[in-house]
Design a protein around this ligand. Structure first.
Ligand SMILES: Cc1cc2nc3c(=O)[nH]c(=O)nc-3n(C[C@H](O)[C@H](O)[C@H](O)COP(=O)(O)OP(=O)(O)OC[C@H]3O[C@@H](n4cnc5c(N)ncnc54)[C@H](O)[C@@H]3O)c2cc1C
Length: 409
C-alpha cells in the first residue's frame, strides 16, 4: 500500500503508528486489568484521547471552517481506513471510540443545519473528551433495518411526535458505541407508523443533558472493552424543531455514512489481525519446544503462512473496496459489504491461530493474546451480522431476482 500513499496519508499513518507503538500498546500491556474495571469511566485515562487529539485524529470529518482537519475528499475513506487500522492495531476499542466521531461528523456536516454544526463542531474540537454516538439499534433487533424489512410492523419502536413546541421522543436504544460516554447523539425514531421504516424514520440531534434522556447502562462486552457501549432510554424527551436532521428518509440519508462505516469496520478488524500476526510471529521465533524454535516445526510454519495470507487477502480487498467507495463506483455497495464480511471471518481465524500458537499462555488474561481473539469476535456482529452481510451482497448483485429474506412465511 505504501507506494500509493499521498504525503498526507503517509504522515498520518506514521504518526498513528508511533502513537500506537509508544503509547497505546505499552498502556494496554501494562494495564491489562483496566479492561475489567467495572467502573467504565476509569478504564481509559483521559490522556489517551488527549494523545489522539495531539496527532489530529479525534476530529476527522469535521469541516475546516469549524476547526476540524479535513482530508482530501477524493481519498477520504481510504485515509479513514489507513488510520483506523493503525489505531486498532493498538486497541480496537480506542479505534471504535474515535471512528464514531468521524462517522457521525460526516453525517452531521451533510444533514445538520449550519448553526448547529457551528455550535457542536466547535465544542467537539475544543473538548478532547467529547464523543459522538449514532443510535439506531433497539431491543427488537437491528437486522430488519440492515436488509431492510420495510413494512410498518417492523418500524422503529422509538417514536417522535410533533407538537407546537417541537418533538417529544419516547423509546429505547441498545448496543450503542460510545453510548455510555458521548456528549451528543444522533437518534433515529419513527415519525409515521403507517409506512415502512424507509419512509417513516427521522433523525434528531440530542445533547446528552436533554431532560428525559437517561444513559441506562454501560454494556459489559466480550471485546472492544475500551469503547463504552451503552443503552439509552428516552422518556418524554423534548427536542426543538431545528434538531430534526432528516424527516422520513433518515435511513436513506444515513447512507452517506453506511458505506464508509463498513470500510472502517473492516480496517479496524484488519488492525486486530495485523497485531495478532505480529505477536504470533515474535513468539514462534523465540519460544522453543522439541529442541527448536516453534517456527521450525512445520505445523507451526503452516499456520504462520496461513495467517499472513489471510491478512494480505483482507488488505487487498479492503484497498479496492475503500477506493470504490471514495470513487462512488457501481460496485461500491457490494464491495463494502464483502470486505466487512470477509475481514470478520478471516481475522477471526488469524486470531484463533494466534491464541493456539501461544499454548496455555494464549488463554491467560495477563499475556494479552486472548484480548485479540475477543476483539476479533466483536466484528462478526457490528454493523450487521455475517449472515445479513451475505444477504446484502446477494441483493446488490441480483437486485431483480434475489429473495426478500423477510416477511411472513
Ligand atoms: C459492539 C457493538 C457495537 C454496536 N454499535 C452500534 C451503534 O453504535 N449504533 C447502533 O445503532 N447499533 C450498534 N450495534 C448494533 C449492531 O448493529 C447489531 O447488533 C447488529 O446489526 C445485529 O443486530 P441484532 O443484535 O439486533 O441481531 P438480530 O437482528 O436480532 O439478529 C439475530 C440473529 O438473527 C439473524 N437474522 C435476523 N434477521 C434475519 C433474516 N431476515 N434472515 C436471516 N437471518 C436473520 C441474524 O443474522 C442473527 O444471527 C452494535 C453492536 C455491537 C455488538
Amino acid at each position: 500500500m505504501s507506494a500509493h500513499l499521498s504525503e498526507e496519508q503517509r504522515m498520518m499513518r506514521d504518526s498513528c503508528r508511533a502513537f500506537v507503538d509508544d503509547v497505546i500498546i505499552p498502556f494496554v500491556r501494562k494495564n491489562w486489568k483496566n479492561e475489567w474495571l467495572m467502573t467504565p469511566e476509569v478504564r481509559l485515562p483521559p490522556e489517551i484521547l488527549e494523545g489522539a487529539e495531539r496527532i489530529g485524529i479525534r476530529t476527522l470529518g469535521v469541516p475546516e471552517a469549524f476547526g476540524g482537519l479535513e482530508l482530501d475528499p477524493k481519498t477520504e475513506v481510504q485515509t479513514f481506513a489507513l488510520i483506523s487500522e493503525e489505531i486498532a492495531r493498538g486497541d480496537s476499542g480506542l479505534a471504535d471510540k474515535l471512528v464514531q466521531n468521524w462517522k457521525v461528523s460526516v453525517l452531521l456536516r451533510n444533514v445538520a443545519p449550519k448553526h448547529l454544526q457551528e455550535k457542536w463542531f466547535k465544542r467537539l474540537v475544543a473538548e478532547p473528551q467529547f464523543l459522538l454516538a449514532h443510535c439506531l439499534t433497539e431491543p427488537r433487533g437491528a437486522s430488519d433495518r440492515w436488509l431492510p424489512y420495510n413494512v410498518p410492523e417492523a418500524a422503529m419502536q422509538t417514536r417522535a411526535v410533533k407538537d407546537d413546541k417541537g418533538w417529544v421522543i419516547n423509546g429505547r436504544k441498545q448496543f450503542i458505541s460510545n453510548g455510555y460516554d458521548a456528549s451528543l447523539y444522533v437518534v433515529y425514531a419513527n415519525t409515521n407508523p403507517k409506512v415502512g421504516m424507509l419512509q417513516g424514520t427521522s433523525s434528531f440531534l440530542v445533547p446528552r443533558d436533554t431532560p428525559g434522556l437517561t444513559v441506562a447502562r454501560c454494556n459489559e462486552t466480550l471485546g472492544c472493552r475500551y469503547m463504552n457501549n451503552g443503552e439509552l432510554v428516552f422518556e418524554d424527551m423534548r427536542v426543538p424543531d431545528d434538531h430534526l436532521l432528516a424527516e422520513g428518509d433518515a435511513l436513506g440519508q444515513a447512507g452517506i455514512y453506511f458505506r464508509p462505516g463498513k470500510i472502517i469496520q473492516a480496517s479496524k478488524n484488519l488492525g486486530v489481525g495485523v497485531r495478532a500476526f505480529e505477536v504470533a510471529s515474535e513468539y514462534v521465533q523465540n519460544y522453543v519446544q522439541g529442541g527448536r524454535i516453534l517456527l521450525k516445526h512445520q505445523a507451526v510454519a503452516l499456520r504462520i503462512a496461513d495467517m499472513a495470507t489471510r491478512v494480505a487477502a483482507v488488505r487487498a480487498l479492503l484497498e479496492s473496496a475503500a477506493r470504490s467507495v471514495d470513487e462512488n463506483s457501481a460496485d461500491a455497495e457490494v464491495l463494502c459489504n464483502m470486505v466487512k464480511l470477509f475481514a470478520s471471518e478471516e481475522i477471526m481465524k488469524v486470531a484463533q491461530h494466534a491464541v493456539e500458537l501461544h499454548g496455555g499462555n494464549g488463554m491467560m488474561l495477563d499475556f494479552g493474546v486472548e484480548k485479540l481473539f475477543r476483539d476479533a469476535a466483536i466484528f462478526l456482529h457490528m454493523d450487521a451480522t455475517t449472515d445479513i452481510s451475505r444477504l446484502k451482497i446477494v441483493k446488490s448483485m441480483f437486485p431483480q431476482t434475489a429473495g426478500k429474506y423477510a416477511g411472513p412465511e
